[in-house]
Design a protein around this ligand. Structure first.
Ligand code: NIG
Ligand code: FE
Length: 422
């Protein structure tokens, strides 16, 4: 069925996001046909008889926001841990005491696929209402084959039912689970009750990831990317290389959480394995950043996480700018380290916490976020032929997106040519 088209007229600024800045067209208009952008003009367009005309009232029109890094499918919030952090405990201490990711693993294992789907849909709706039209979602609160697949199936159902583009990522390597079936049988010496050492447990889990989970995920075509939480005390650089190379053999493109808590060689691994993106990067080495620039790995900056965890680190932005690393911005939405759902707030924090320019931050949630998902030929800019994923705002000027804290700018959200939020 052919979609009827529309023209968006009287846009004070159309931010095409082409070139190296914002590609602004003052007093412009956009024509949409069959879900795609048909025309972008510097004057109002005459609607065809079957096209709707929308009056943008002199405000900013720009690409739909892209959130290239979230953990939005999970069961169970962790407000009690937030309270513990406020009274002085660190994220790492809470995790080491069995909280953190492993506490979400316990609750997510108990949830049904349907419960994960329903709660995910609610969170997605909230994101759409803030202008997001594409969202990446990771597994990683299962840490056993059954629950990882259950999460990815829930993500697939969300992708079929929610009016957004969902990009699924397998993050089985989010943490080492407590006592998996395997380490209890294969690795426990006969006639011994000794609990396996952390090293033995990790090796058992790596084998489960590589020999069983990755092949199953690929077989069911449940993910596009394979991610790993690379930190010296979780999956170190060598472990990360093994996991990401194994994913590549099954067609899963590598992504990585790198150098957040400690400098762990994650940026170097990202470049070495040809990852599409590396996230966090609060403590990357200079060499790692240079290698990323050379290999074209996109940095996914997560200033909401830095803010929410009160992370004590220098902003990586100046170095990235100097070395020519492409910067994207994401919410990292999850129950432990960032409860942020809205990309406009990521823009505010990118500027105020990380010292990005407004132009860098706006590119970070559009064209560069598309690159972090290898979708730059489809979305992220307003150009003829791309998907018509568009946010019509109430902002008189692009600067307001960074300047107005907690203001929701989305008046009209269009995805593939259809209004999905008004
Ligand atoms: O990106 N860094 C690893 N994973 C998440 C945290 C997940 C959690 O605490 O549940 C992150 O910050
Ligand atoms: Fe993350």
């Amino acid at each position: 069925m052919k979609d009827d088209g529309m023209v968006l007229n009287n846009a004070g600024q159309v931010l095409c996001m082409t070139g190296n800045e914002l590609g602004i067209i003052e007093n412009g208009a956009v024509r949409v046909r069959d879900g795609r952008i048909a025309e972008v003009a510097d004057h109002n367009l005459k609607p065809e008889p079957d096209e709707k005309e929308i009056d943008c009232q002199g405000c900013v029109v720009m690409p739909g926001f892209i959130d290239p890094h979230t953990h939005l499918v999970f069961m169970g919030w962790r407000a009690h841990e937030f309270e513990m952090r406020l009274s002085g405990k660190t994220y790492k201490e809470i995790a080491e005491a069995g909280g953190g990711i492993l506490s979400s693993v316990r609750t997510t294992r108990q949830a049904s696929e349907d419960e994960l789907f329903q709660s995910g849909m609610e969170r997605i709706k909230e994101m759409i209402s803030w202008g997001t039209t594409t969202v990446e979602i990771k597994s990683g609160y299962g840490l056993d084959t059954e629950t990882e697949l259950k999460m990815l199936r829930a993500i697939k159902r969300i992708s079929k039912n929610a009016p957004v583009t969902v990009v699924p990522t397998f993050l089985g390597a989010h943490s080492v689970p407590k006592g998996s079936a395997r380490d209890m049988t294969e690795f426990r010496p006969r006639n011994s009750d000794r609990v396996p050492s952390p090293q033995v447990r990790k090796e058992a889990y790596l084998r489960l990831l590589i020999d069983e989970m990755i092949p199953r995920v690929a077989e069911e075509k449940l993910a596009r990317f394979c991610d790993v939480f690379c930190e010296n005390f979780i999956f170190n650089a060598d472990d990360s290389r093994r996991i990401l190379e194994a994913g590549k053999k099954y067609g899963l493109v590598p992504k990585i959480h790198a150098d957040e808590i400690e400098s762990s060689g994650g940026a170097e691994i990202a470049a070495e394995v040809g990852a599409v993106s590396a996230a966090h990067l609060l403590r990357p080495s200079d060499q790692g950043l240079k290698a990323m620039a050379q290999a074209g790995v996109v940095a996914e900056l997560l200033p909401g996480t830095c803010f929410f965890l009160k992370e004590d680190a220098k902003s990586p932005v100046k170095k990235m700018r100097d070395y020519g690393v492409t910067m994207a911005l994401a919410t990292d939405f999850n129950p432990g380290s960032s409860t942020l759902v809205c990309q406009p707030m990521t823009v505010v924090l990118g500027c105020l916490v990380y010292g990005m320019t407004i132009i860098e931050a706006l590119r970070g949630i559009t064209v560069n976020a598309a690159k972090a998902l290898r979708l730059e030929n489809e979305i992220g800019t307003l150009e003829p032929g791309k998907w018509a994923d568009i946010v019509g705002t109430d902002l008189p000027d692009y600067r307001h997106l960074a300047y107005r804290v907690c203001h929701n700018p989305a008046r009209l959200v269009i995805r593939h040519g259809k209004a999905v939020f008004r």
